[in-house]
Ligand binder design. Structure first.
Ligand code: GLC
Ligand code: CA
Length: 588
């Protein structure tokens, strides 16, 4: 059915000046983020400009037209700062410089302004919970005495037990193993321990220390001054710790966890919001917040705190209508009182690719759970991923797309062991397969690796091996195919951009069978997803806008989503004025 949809070539859109589209991002549009489509670039794997097998800024600059054609409003870059790359750049050694593997600060500034000229805003990643062990602050702390001011910026503690051999407490790292590592004193004898909620190369900062606060506000200004439109805040709910460092209770009540979601965080983000609001145009704060308690989650989105946060609840759910409906409802209900828009996320650089996830019997996702060796039906997964894309794009709020999602890439589960470098894999001794499989370099063109990721004559292979089966999934191949995932995403985003019913605003559920999700946006825009095993009739009196799968007559097959526009001419509206009439038929 996608054949029926005209895909106009996207033209550059100006941020400055009104492009005249409903919801278009203009310089004066301070609300752009409420409905924005934000594309996540994992820079090491997006495009390699200089042929060393690693993605870089030159690669991104050369591919900006691709992102314009795709129709995104902003790019979020995973960390591009100087880093020893113990955790893919989430171990930052210098926030004010670009890692030389990627390019230079000067080039980043050029990229930010080139993107702006094309109508695309830039969001950078800020990692406030920890720094790299190579950061000058941590190096200074290691070189200083216990109790020194240098150590006070981190969590250094003596060990327990007579010789200090035992960890200060039993906290565990999010990457398996203990959250403490012992240091050696300058004379080589074992000394204090330091806290790291992630790898040992990522020491946690002490957010009770004034230097830590001042430095991060200065870093925000540094990037805002360079024209970035927002920051994504890494591990945003972890910064503050109970300074007594007590053990984690078995069932901590709200605000009682010693290192997660502490009440003191809100005051920190109020300070950040004041920095963002000191700029004349909107600069946004986006939180990476994994919290099961949606009410506590929404507290971060109060009007003087963060603008939005990733909605991982929806992403983690299995492919199941009642479960997804419950997630949509609780998400919207929790956001409404604070006035923040919801976000919709199907994947990111930490998560099994949706095509793989949705092709498995248990299609739910949880951080740090084993995911190898599960039978996967990629064809089914791809069908569902297409349906999920249309479903998410029709929901109220903003939308995130992780690079390669628009190509329908699957998780690469057979990478050679020597290439794996995710600390989740390494620290678990291989028990957790890690996240490298969703970070494989994008296939752009050609029929064999490096699939245009690196330029012709490149000196190195891509840093992670691309599977041969991706030959059919290159941008080049999908551009020629009107039934491709890329074509679906482009068409979907073009409609989303121009139809005022989509993006921010209310949603109204339409009556439907339990294994069908049907809702209306604006006046007569209907989104319908069929989770049932058999086709369903589309409502009469509507015209098809876009579908994720070929229809058979007026029937929507299993695992598919359709967008419809109801015919609202007076004869079709029931005498009672019940404008839902068209949506009722065939959905029970
Ligand atoms: C976030 C990032 C992840 C990183 C971790 C530690 O969860 O998304 O990639 O490993 O924080 O910084
Ligand atoms: Ca490169």
């Amino acid at each position: 059915m996608t054949d029926g949809i005209l895909v106009g070539a996207a033209s550059p859109r100006s941020i400055a000046g009104s492009a005249g589209r409903p919801g278009s991002a203009s310089e004066t549009d301070d609300q752009w983020w409420r409905r924005a489509v934000i594309y996540q670039v994992y820079i090491r794997s997006f495009a390699d400009g200089n042929g060393d097998g690693i993605g870089d800024l030159a690669g991104v600059r050369a591919r900006l037209p691709y992102l314009v054609d795709l129709g995104v409003d902003a790019i979020w870059f995973t960390p591009w700062y100087v880093s020893p790359l113990a955790d893919g750049g989430y171990d930052v050694a210098d926030y004010r410089a670009i890692d030389p593997t990627f390019g230079s600060l000067d080039e980043a500034e050029r990229l930010i302004s080139e993107a702006r000229d094309l109508g695309i805003r830039t969001i950078v990643d800020i990692v406030p919970n920890h720094v790299s062990d190579q950061h000058p602050w941590f190096q200074a702390a290691l070189a200083s005495e216990p109790g020194s001011p240098e150590r006070a910026r981190f969590w250094f503690r003596p060990g327990r037990g007579e010789a200090g051999n035992e960890m200060p407490n039993g906290w565990l790292s999010n990457f398996s193993g203990p959250a403490w590592t012992r240091t050696n004193d300058p004379d080589g004898t074992p000394g204090e321990w330091y806290l790291h909620l992630f790898s040992s190369q990522q020491p946690d900062l002490n957010w009770g220390h004034p230097d830590v606060r001042a430095e991060h506000e200065a870093v925000l200004r540094f990037w805002f001054d360079r024209g970035v439109a927002g920051v994504r805040i890494d591990s945003a709910a972890l910064l503050v710790k109970d300074s007594a460092l007590p053990e984690v209770p078995l069932q901590p009540g709200p605000g009682e966890h010693p290192n997660t979601d502490r009440d003191e965080l809100h005051e920190i983000y109020r300070g950040w919001r004041a920095v963002a609001d000191s700029y004349p145009d909107a600069r946004i704060l986006v939180g990476e917040i994994w919290l099961p308690d949606i009410e506590r989650f929404a507290k971060y989105l109060r009007p003087d705190e963060l603008h939005t946060a990733f909605n991982f609840d929806f992403m983690a759910r299995p492919w199941d209508a009642p479960s997804l409906k419950a997630s949509i409802d609780s998400t919207l209900a929790a956001h409404a009182p604070v006035g923040a828009p919801a976000t919709w996320v199907l994947s990111n650089h930490d998560v099994t690719r949706p095509v793989t996830r949705y092709g498995q019997e248990d299609s739910s996702f949880a951080f740090a759970t084993k995911r190898v060796g599960t039978p996967t039906d990629l064809e089914l997964g791809r069908r569902r991923a297409r349906a999920a894309a249309l479903l998410c794009a029709a929901l109220p709020g903003s939308l995130y797309i992780y690079q390669g999602e628009e190509l329908g890439l699957d998780e690469v589960q057979d990478l050679p062991a020597h290439q794996l470098r995710d600390p989740m894999y390494l620290r678990s001794g291989g028990e957790d397969p890690g996240r490298d499989g969703c970070r494989v370099p994008l296939p752009w063109a050609g029929t064999s690796a490096p699939f245009g990721f690196s330029p012709a004559g490149a000196t190195h292979e891509p840093w992670l091996r691309q599977p041969g089966r991706w030959a059919g999934l290159t941008v080049e191949a999908q551009q020629r195919d009107p039934g491709s995932m890329l074509d679906l995403y482009r068409t979907m985003l073009r409609i989303r951009r121009t139809d005022p019913a989509l993006g921010d605003g209310p949603l109204r559920w339409l009556p439907s069978a339990p294994d069908v999700l049907a809702f209306e946006r604006g006046d007569g825009f209907v989104c319908l997803t069929n989770f049932s095993p058999s086709p369903i009739e589309l409502p009469a009196g509507g015209s098809l806008v876009l579908a994720s799968a070929e229809l058979s007559g007026a029937r929507l097959p299993s695992d598919a989503t359709a967008w419809l526009r109801l015919d609202r001419s007076p004869t079709r509206t029931s005498p009672s004025g019940d404008r839902r009439r068209g949506g009722d038929d065939g959905m029970e």
